[in-house]
Design a binder for this molecule. Structure first.
Ligand code: BG6
Length: 478
């Protein structure tokens, strides 16, 4: 969260180094970050994987990945030569420990180590055991451990994973990633709410009618059937990204801006949520359809999806928060793949005036105030308010006060640049604490696996049945 704290010299041990996430996101983000801070020489990356390959092979793979990400080949080749190495796990964790000691010696590093686990969930326990068994869980410098989502598959497995982590590492060493938290506009929710009293004083059940959160994607499952068909939208998006957004919208002001004060308030908000029952949920699965003028296959036709799978690619659900601020205000969440637009947006609807003066015949009503917070792709805010159109007094129209990040600040940083920086300076604000993730699983535990899925054609806004959860869906697309 801060750009002025120096980055200590360190070794970044990247498990899953040849995987998609490392190649597409992590390595380019790391280099971008170090270069922008002038700290290119403060890191050495040790890629770790199951396959046998030489340092040279790994560097070659990295150079290709960097070039695809738009970096200058010559500049990057030199950096890869100086700062990247590879170790195969076929030589076991003792082999890894020897290699780490050797690299730290050779590069004059003082024992600061970040272990980044970009690996499938089923490989995590073995890796934790291996790290502890070979003494890699202690060093003369700091030790930090990064866990990518999914963090467990249900409440029980998340509790088990937390127990296993806490047996070897303390909470302040554990960095659980939810990349949504590092999106600039998500971070801005705190500033928006707590630096602008005109909004915060209306941010409650007295003034707010309802809150809707939409996470719409045009993409399908992008070849990830092996993971997604077991997960579905509730695990993939609601448990983490959406409940984090909801917590930031619903939380009380933190006493300070330090990581634990913020996370304490988020956990309190999550604790106030009733477990969601099946009656408050509508699931959907896309069938063949059309997006942006292209025909796309239905979910069941995607390679790797089980025959007759009932995994949901769409979910809408109604959440009730039982506390003084929010009791009675519905929060309705909706997430889907193969929807017509890519859009992550929070729509806050304010209450109507108690008396409608501008409605001569007593029918209809003014439009009222709505706030749309768009987190992507066109990041910004729209505050809708009513104005009189020229002419008759009661011709009331809705117009917007509009702010767009791009107009004010240009391009926003990638979430992974931010997350890596925070990892390397040891700021946990944008990482999920163990109790947060358990609370999020508790909320959705009853609705993890449902058999009833309604079909919706790709390119539509989900199954008709979802409209039973709201008076109307609110999204604002320019
Ligand atoms: C990931 C999910 O966590 O988030 C993907 O596993 C999803 O299924 C992705 O597509 C969405 O992230 P973003 O940043 O593109 O909104």
């Amino acid at each position: 969260m801060t750009g002025s704290v120096p980055i200590d010299p360190h070794l970044l041990v990247l498990f899953g180094a040849t995987g998609d996430l490392s190649r597409r996101k992590l390595l380019p983000a790391l280099f971008r970050l170090l270069r922008s801070r002038g700290f290119e020489d403060r890191t050495h990356v040790l890629g770790v994987g199951n396959s046998r390959r030489s340092d040279e092979d790994f560097r070659q793979m990295a150079v290709e990945a960097f070039t695809e990400a738009g970096f200058d080949r010559e500049e990057i080749e030199e950096w890869c030569l100086d700062c990247l190495s590879y170790q195969s796990l076929s030589e076991g964790f003792d082999g890894l420990a020897d290699r780490i000691a050797g690299l730290e010696n050779a590069h004059g590093l003082t024992g600061n180590r970040a272990f980044y686990l970009a690996i499938p969930p089923e490989a995590i326990e073995g890796t934790l055991e291996g790290l502890a068994g070979s003494g890699l869980d202690s060093a003369s410098g700091w030790i930090r451990l990064v866990i990518e989502k999914p963090f467990g598959v249900d409440l029980e497995s998340a509790e088990e994973l937390n127990r296993s982590l806490h047996a070897r590492f303390s909470e302040d060493q554990i960095f659980r990633i939810d990349h949504y938290l590092a999106k600039e506009t998500v971070q801005n929710l705190l500033v928006f709410r707590f630096a602008n009293p005109i909004f915060e004083s209306s941010w409650n059940r007295d003034r707010i009618e309802s809150v809707q959160i939409t996470v719409a994607e045009t993409i399908g499952i992008e070849g990830r059937a092996g993971y997604f068909d077991k997960a579905g939208m509730v695990r993939d998006i609601v448990q983490n990204h959406m409940l984090q957004l909801l917590a930031l919208v619903a939380m009380e002001p933190p006493v300070r801006l330090d990581p634990d004060s913020i996370r304490d308030e988020k956990v309190k908000a999550l604790r106030s949520i009733y477990p969601i029952g099946p009656e408050a949920v509508v699931r959907g699965q896309y069938t063949a359809g059309e997006i942006d003028g292209h025909d796309v296959a239905g979910y069941l036709e995607e390679g790797g999806v089980g025959p007759g799978s009932t995994t949901e690619t769409f979910v809408a659900l109604r959440v009730a928060i039982d506390n003084w601020r929010w009791r009675g205000v519905p929060f309705v969440l909706r997430a889907g793949k193969r929807l017509p637009d890519r859009l992550t947006q929070i729509a806050v609807t304010f209450k109507q005036p108690p008396v409608s003066l501008f409605d001569a015949d007593g029918e209809g009503q003014v439009n009222g105030n709505e706030l749309y917070i768009t987190l992507q792709p066109d990041e910004g805010f729209d505050l809708m308010f009513d104005v009189k159109s020229p002419g008759g007094v009661s011709d009331v129209r809705s117009r917007s006060l509009r702010f767009r990040y791009a107009d004010a600040f240009g391009t926003l940083p990638d979430a992974y640049d931010t997350l890596l920086e925070d990892l390397l300076i040891g700021d946990q604000t944008l990482f999920v604490r163990g109790d947060e993730t358990e609370e999020a699983w508790r909320i959705i535990q009853l609705i993890l696996d449902g058999d009833e899925v309604h079909e919706y054609p790709a390119g539509s806004w989900g199954p008709q049945e979802a409209s039973s959860l709201v008076d109307r869906w609110r999204v604002r697309i320019d």
